[in-house]
Ligand binder design. Structure first.
Ligand code: NAD
Ligand code: MLT
Length: 528
């Protein structure tokens, strides 16, 4: 019986997650509020780590995570995970992008309404027995312009709710298509215009290099006097010091903030400002959203650890649970072809061209391409896998070309890998026999039908009699059993190749003896 995969839940999340892991056959440990050194000491035992936003998965933690295959974030933002470091170490990082969108959009609307009518301030004053009926003069939302910056999952729900409140909704999002804008009923505008026209400006972009500090002094200067700002996305999108200045001067009438530059925010320069209302990163905090994300993260991580299905990974193409079994034989073939190429092709490769023909071209080929790259790089790069291979290929300066043709010539389904170097190129192609058995069918134009085994010998030789006998004698004398022998002629040349499967590792002196056979031009040990 194979051992159950092990998952650590290191942040507080709905108990449903724990139950789902158990029901799916995953061993689960719950340990929250761990200090970084405690997490580092524990993480080595686990295949999966399920987190919300408290656990910080740094490159340092990842160094200790020798068995880790997947990090599951119950929520959207993965800014508490060092994704490039995870990718480099081959760990899949997945999130749950939709489970808390409605809840966060509703929080945004609640914050906008509270801001428009000073509800938190009026609540405090009333509880204090002040009855300040004239102090809190609000603003109506009806007919006002709501500018939505970032119109993705959450932004588009906020836009929809804004339209429901009879606001005029404008949106700035460079990736929002004109058709989608029409479908949502929003007017697509440029950033400057969103700043200029918004009575209420709400931000729903991810935190990236291009969005960090998007609302700063210069941006605020372009806004209407009396504008109100809402941030339920990420602290740091608004420059807090610039906001404070604009609130003090009265240019900004108020701000509603759920997120802060530094979190947990125990202190902040905007705290206790009369025009600022705050919540402690509560955007996703409803029972419904927390159940959604916990359930989804546990299902996704279990699917991955038990079946190899990949959903909502931020550093990997998706593979659905339905596609995973269909892709399985091709995944083996893709890695074998890459590995074959990596062991045989020249070291100065500059480009890898991968062609998918016939049945395989109809599948999701991105994971297959990642596996070809992983197989290719493995002989010369430590620790590379399906997750890290595309990034590491890029690091090495390899150009990747992928083409698909739904019709294949000689085989119903075929993957062809061509490695191009400065002065030469090498091609390897393979197919699947009987729906599950990978076979190499072409090595540099030489037709063959070879299964790859753990230990193999590749020989290029002059096509003259005597090779098989000489090779067989050397291996036989060394008591190395041959389990398969494939020969093929290089078209138009008096040369041939032999691909030989053997039962055990061939020591160097035997390889040298084979090299000395008169017909032999090249010998290479291959391991799969
Ligand atoms: P999303 O990826 O669905 O949408 C983000 C949108 O921003 C996309 O449409 C994208 O095209 C757009 N965008 C990217 N760069 C942009 C730029 N430079 N300018 C303008 N638009 C840009 O993400 P989402 O699920 O809608 O989440 C939005 C934000 O909310 C994220 O920052 C997320 O971390 C945060 N969030 C916060 C809470 C909370 O508790 N407060 C909860 C969930 C999500
Ligand atoms: C998220 O990114 O999903 C939110 O920040 C909510 C959270 O998990 O706290």
């Amino acid at each position: 019986m194979t051992a159950k995969p092990k998952v650590l839940i290191s942040d507080k999340m709905s108990a449903q997650a724990e139950q789902i892991f158990k029901d799916r056959g995953v061993e689960v440990t719950v340990k929250t509020d761990l200090k970084p050194e405690e997490l580092a000491a524990l993480i080595g035992q686990f295949d999966g780590l399920a987190i919300r936003s408290s656990t910080k998965v740094t490159a340092e933690i990842l160094k200790s995570a020798s068995a880790l295959k997947v990090i599951g974030r119950a929520g959207i933002g993965v800014d508490n995970v060092d994704v490039p470091a995870a990718t480099k170490t081959g760990v899949v990082v997945m999130n749950t992008p939709f489970g808390n969108s409605i809840t966060t959009a509703e929080h945004t609307i609640a914050m906008m309404m509270a801001l428009a009518r000073d509800i938190p301030q009026a609540n405090l004053s009333t509880h204090a027995g002040k009855w300040e009926k004239t102090k809190f003069m609000g603003a109506e939302l009806f007919g006002k312009t709501l500018a939505v910056l970032g119109c993705g999952n959450i932004g588009s729900i906020v836009a929809d709710r804004g339209i429901g409140l009879k606001m005029k909704v404008i949106a700035y999002d460079p990736f929002l298509s004109a058709e989608r804008a029409v479908e949502l009923g929003v007017e697509k505008v440029e950033l400057e215009e969103a700043f200029k026209r918004g009575d209420f400006i709400t931000i729903h972009t991810p935190m990236t290099e291009s969005t960090k500090g998007i609302i700063n002094k210069a941006a605020i200067a372009k806004m209407k006097k009396g504008v109100r700002l809402i941030n339920c996305a990420r602290g740091g999108l608004i420059v807090e010091a610039d906001l404070k200045e604009a609130l003090d001067s009265g240019h900004v009438a108020g701000a509603a903030l759920d997120v802060f530059e530094t979190e947990p925010a125990k202190e902040n320069l905007l705290f206790n400002h009369a025009k600022v209302i705050c919540t402690p990163h509560l955007g996703a905090s409803t029972v419904e959203a927390q159940e959604n994300v916990a359930l989804q993260v546990a299902e996704q991580m279990s699917d991955f650890l038990l079946q190899g299905a990949i959903a909502n990974a931020v550093n990997m193409p998706s593979v659905s649970a339905e596609d995973a079994p269909k892709l399985k034989p091709y995944m083996k073939l893709a890695e074998q072809l890459g590995s074959f190429a990596g062991q045989l092709a020249t070291a100065d490769a500059t480009e890898i061209a991968i062609e998918y023909e016939g049945q395989v071209s109809l599948l999701n080929t991105r994971p297959l391409t990642a596996l070809v790259l992983a197989g290719f790089l493995k002989p010369s790069m430590e620790g590379v896998n399906i997750v890290s291979a595309p990034a590491r290929a890029k690091e090495r300066g390899l150009a990747i070309a992928e083409t698909k043709r739904d019709k294949a010539k000689d085989y119903q389904t075929l993957i062809r890998v061509t490695i191009k170097g400065k002065d030469d190129s090498a091609t390897f192609a393979g197919t699947i026999f009987s729906g599950e058995h990978p076979r190499i069918v072409d090595i540099n134009g030489v037709p063959t039908e070879s299964a790859l085994s753990k230990e193999m010998l590749y020989v290029e030789n002059l096509d003259k009699p005597g090779l098989i006998g000489a090779l067989g004698t050397i291996l036989g004398n060394a008591k190395i059993n041959i389990s398969d022998f494939n020969l093929g002629r290089i078209p138009g040349k008096d040369k041939a190749i032999a691909l030989v499967s053997v039962d055990e590792y061939i020591p160097e002196h035997i390889v040298n003896a084979i090299k000395n056979i008169s017909q032999v031009e090249r010998v290479q040990l291959l391991r799969f």
